[in-house]
Design a binder for this molecule. Structure first.
Ligand code: NAP
Length: 485
């Protein structure tokens, strides 16, 4: 595999191709604010080419035995694992995340995604329904055709592989569009796919912007399945584009996740878990707990210790092994964070930690985008800061008096992606989990994932579920065959 290239290309029909319009965009390294490579600024013509390749590949790929498809995916997983260091470095440069996080979370999880779906397709059950003495029904679950897979910049390889692996495992061919802000690991994945011998046209990656490439994928009449992960505003546009064409759509969208700490929690664990859930990847994980609620009797102790721990996080060059907090993905995102911190102050909030851009950690990062862990207290639950997704290292902490009140606080939000509850009272854990309107409720943990469980959001956090059996079903079409006796 090559080292990080100065210019990446689309991957269509097993070939690395220049975009038809020959246009490129600079790929900026968030830690330095400077371009470090170029990414194709593709358009509809490149998507059309990818569709032709995916269409051509579909028949052979979908007719391969599951065990054979499985072997390709396992080979891809092994090769990513072999190149763990190169992938981690590329991901860190591309996104600004600490290299240690890329190495321990993003890249291993991408490997796990390929392994999981490679073996999942070998262990599925088939359904049959006997209708008295009259008929025998069985359900064929067939691949749907070409899947369009659109992903965001925060966990680029992890989220793209979460879509690619199930889509192709069950026999679809795929056209993927990574965020043009973070395209590097998707490019490297294509090199791996080629090395693994994945048949041409099974996986195609078209780089470029959302309005050009993303919209061309969602509007294309031959792409009948769309799996999208990104912001709620974009998700709405994707839904609007897909509805008139009756496409099957999964939308994994934004979050404003509550993190609830009861006074009976093991506070050491809850504080460590909460610091992680607040600031991992500079708060740029859709599952980050950005609204922290603490039972009043433990509030002061929690806030003091939380701030103490958060202030020890080392902000640094993402490529430095000791860095806990890397760079924000781009200037737009940095400005958005600043906007919300100002808004929080106008809304009466008190900045108890952080609050303004950090000094660059070294000369190399002089023009990078850095913002420190920021804690805001004293806000009303109903204010904008507490309702809108910031997607940065900014949390609010609010006291509550009882279970009923905190459940109302948690649910008083348009989003419903994930939540965490910290308590040693088992009955309370079950009671609260049942009443919070989020797709995932973690109890005494955060980001603990089992790939078999359904994953997705409620309310404006999305429609549909990914993960395990849900993903295998999403990417297939159930067909009932009814045979009269
Ligand atoms: P975004 O702006 O919505 O972009 C997501 C993807 O959609 C990108 O590849 C983007 O391309 C593309 N896109 C933009 N406009 C499009 C259009 N009209 N049609 C089709 N595709 C289009 O989101 P982001 O800023 O990259 O990511 C952050 C958001 O993702 C946050 O809201 C976060 O909560 C959410 N997220 C959700 C999950 C989850 O599992 N629920 C996981 C991770 C992130 P460009 O890059 O060119 O804009």
């Amino acid at each position: 595999m090559t080292e990080i290239p100065a210019r990446i290309r689309n991957f269509i029909d097993g070939q690395f191709l220049e975009p038809i319009g020959s246009k490129y965009l600079d790929n900026i390294e968030p830690a330095t604010g400077k371009p470090y490579s170029q990414v194709p600024d593709s358009d509809t013509r490149d998507v059309d080419l990818a569709v032709a390749a995916a269409e051509k590949a579909f028949h052979d790929w979908s007719n391969k035995p599951a065990a054979e498809r499985s072997r390709f995916l396992l080979r891809i997983a092994d090769l990513i694992e072999r190149d763990l260091e190169k992938f981690s470095r590329a991901e860190s440069i591309d996104t600004g995340k600490p290299i240690s996080l890329a190495r321990t979370l993003d890249i291993p999880r991408a490997v796990a995604n390929f392994r999981f779906f490679a073996t999942a397709i070998l262990h599925t059950e088939s359904e049959a329904h006997i209708t008295d003495n009259v008929a025998f029904n069985y359900t064929l679950r067939q691949p749907r055709g070409i899947a369009g897979l659109i992903s965001p910049w925060n966990l680029p390889l992890y989220l793209l592989s979460w879509k690619i692996a199930p889509a192709i495992a069950v026999g679809n061919t795929a056209i993927a569009k990574p965020s043009e802000l973070t395209p590097m690991t998707a490019y490297m994945l294509c090199e791996i796919a080629r090395e693994a011998g994945l048949p041409n046209g099974v996986l195609n990656v078209v780089h470029g912007t959302g309005p050009n490439v993303g919209a061309a994928i969602t509007a294309h009449p031959k792409i009948n399945t769309i799996s999208f992960t990104g912001g709620t505003v974009t998700g709405r546009k994707v839904a609007e584009a897909c509805a008139p064409l009756f496409k099957k759509v999964s939308l994994e969208l934004g979050g404003k996740n509550p993190n609830i700490i009861f006074a009976d929690a093991d506070l050491d664990t809850a504080i460590a878990g909460s610091v992680r859930s607040s600031f991992a990847n500079q708060g740029q994980v859709c599952l980050c707990g950005s609204r922290v609620f603490v039972e009043r009797s433990a509030y002061k102790d929690f806030v003091d210790r939380f701030i103490d721990k958060a202030s020890q996080l080392k902000i640094g060059d993402p490529l430095d092994e000791k860095t806990d907090q890397g760079a924000i993905v781009n200037k737009t995102q940095l400005d958005k964070i600043k906007f919300y911190v100002d808004l929080a102050q106008k809304e009466g909030g008190k900045i108890t930690l952080g609050g303004s851009p950090s000094r660059p950690p070294n000369e190399r990062c002089r023009e990078g985008y850095f913002f420190p862990p920021t804690v805001i207290t004293g806000l009303l639950v109903s204010c904008r800061t507490n309702r809108e997704e910031i997607f940065g290292p900014v949390v609010t902490i609010t006291p509550f008096d009882n279970e009923e009140e905190v459940i109302a606080y948690a649910n008083d939000c348009d989003y419903g992606l994930a939540s965490s509850v910290w308590t040693q009272n088992l009955s309370r854990a079950h009671r609260v989990a049942e009443q919070i309107n989020t797709g995932t409720v973690w109890v005494n943990c955060w980001l603990l994932r089992d790939l078999r469980v359904p994953f997705g959001g409620m309310k404006q956090s999305g429609v549909g579920r990914e993960g395990g059996e849900e993903a295998l079903r999403f990417f297939t079409e159930p067909k009932n065959v009814c045979i009269a006796k």
